[in-house]
Design a protein. Structure first.
Length: 258
């Protein structure tokens, strides 16, 4: 059984089209009745809208097999007072969900993916945190890839803010224990015997997604179809206990091995 990442794993970071072998892999799981969950750190589109996008480009799976951080956010962050930082699409989605932006005295500082954080934003965030605001990341990705460039991911921004202020942070999406626990609960609706040790996590984020998965006892497959050009860029630098169990070029190569 599987947990499967989306961006950089099933769809391209460049144009959001299906990566070679990805539709075929999901079809194979469906045909063989193999339990799986699509576990994405999508935050730009409302959950069901992003699910429908995946269907529109050829993937076939039920909404019950999908989970993203937005689906857990209301259980982790009070809607009444949030200083949110991220892409315009994320901020629009957040407002649509009923969250109230507060840049005077926010209860929560919420960080999502953004390619152009600036020094003034960092200064404002630091002031909020030193004033008692709590720090929450939508996820903890290591690198954000867009337009053939790689930017610090949300995880890197959270680490920067934690180091600057000594304020600890919480994470809503991958690789938080709470997110994986909810994904496991949903997987158990397909197979009541599902447990972390029986799950293989597939992702292009070897430091974030896969590191957290390994710590919970999952097997891991690293695909180099997204954030990293080759395994050599990152795998030799990882702690031995966090290195992926297997490395493949893309989902097509996984299909050829199973």
């Amino acid at each position: 059984m599987y947990f499967i990442d989306v961006q950089g794993t099933l769809i391209s970071d460049i144009d959001k089209s299906p990566i070679e072998g990805s539709i075929k892999f999901i079809t194979h799981l469906n045909n063989q009745n193999i339990p799986y969950m699509i576990v994405t750190n999508n935050t730009k589109k409302a959950s069901y809208d992003f699910y429908e996008y995946l269907l529109s480009i050829g993937f076939e799976f039920s909404y019950e097999k999908y989970i993203d951080p937005l689906m857990l956010l209301s259980t982790r962050v009070d809607k009444s007072s949030v200083a949110a930082y991220g892409s315009p699409e994320f901020l629009k989605t957040l407002i649509g969900m009923g969250y109230k932006q507060d840049f005077i005295n926010p209860k929560t500082l919420l960080v999502a993916t953004k390619e152009d954080f600036n020094s003034n934003e960092y200064a404002q965030m630091i002031d909020f945190l030193l004033g008692g605001t709590s720090l929450v990341g939508m996820h903890e990705t290591s690198i954000y890839a867009k337009n053939n460039k790689r930017y610090p991911g949300v995880g890197a921004v959270l680490k920067l803010l934690e180091f600057a202020t000594s304020v600890p942070y919480d994470v809503v999406g991958k690789p938080s224990t709470a997110f994986y626990a909810q994904a496991l609960i949903k997987l158990q609706e397909q197979d009541e015997n599902a447990k972390y040790e029986s799950i293989t996590m597939i992702s292009d984020d070897v430091k974030g997604d896969l590191g957290g998965a390994k710590e919970l006892g999952m097997k891991t497959i690293f695909v180099t179809s997204g954030k990293y050009k080759t395994a050599q860029e990152i795998v030799p630098l990882l702690d031995e206990n966090l290195k992926p169990d297997l490395v493949y070029k893309n989902m097509q190569e996984i299909m050829e091995k199973i």
